[in-house]
Design a protein around this ligand. Sequence first.
Ligand SMILES: [Zn+2]
Ligand SMILES: [Zn+2]
Length: 294
Amino acid sequence: MLTNHHAHTYYSDGVGAPEEYVERALREGFTSYGFSDHAPIPFAGISSMSVTDLSDYIAEIDRLRLRFGDRIKLYKSLEVDYIPEVINVDSTHIRAAGLDYTVGAVHYIDYLPDGMPWSFQRANPVFEEGINTIFGGNPRAMVERYFSLVREMVATHPPSIVAHLDRVKKRNQEGRYWDENEPWYRRAVEETLEAIAGAGCIMEVNTRGIYLDEITDTYPTDWVVRRAHQRGIRLQVNSDAHRSEHIAGAFQEVYEGLRAMDVEIVWTFTGQEFTPLEVADLQPLLEGSPDQIA
Ligand SMILES: [Zn+2]
Ligand SMILES: [Zn+2]
């Protein structure tokens, strides 16, 4: 019953072939596994998977399905950016890929003066260049724009799963640019949770910040997970691994945390749809897992 719906191989910015991830998943005791490399973005200058590589990626997963199908269920997905007028989960090349489910994310917010989409994940000087040139030096305006784009994504082109909801805080260590306890920040998050609930998307609880020592809890953080749960949003735990050894990174700790928050159910893809799994049934399977590195 163990699985992971969100990870990256060398088809996008991960390390290692898809087959290494399947072998690792088998060693971890997974019964299913979903590939979700970054989808090709039709915008010159963004280094994502090319559209030509997309057909190879799909063919490779089909090959692995034949080879490992009697031992593990393998699913096809992509982490699809939402960039207005450029890409979303309903873009022609995404629909043509015949995915089992989609992971939707906002990584880019508007454009730098040279016309390139700006990613809030970039280190300085690019991070501050975006805040200064696009948002007049006002980080709050950037964060509010980020959450409004997530709301627009789920309202207009809803993915199956919303990725790492508060990833926008990646460069905000120790509240360097804004205070996450401010009412305006909480309001932006709450409005976005309302939109996710309205769209019926699943929200992932992303463990990547923990096993990379970026942050001490998940994307999104505990209070957001709790509020999502109270709003009835379906949750699922994903590692967003970029190396095969991380596919169950910090899972044990995060599943324990969910139970402490009274989250008893997570939703997992089972071939046609997402079905509920008891967290209590998953926990024993994680004990003794080779990847308890967190
Ligand atoms: Zn992402
Ligand atoms: Zn990812």
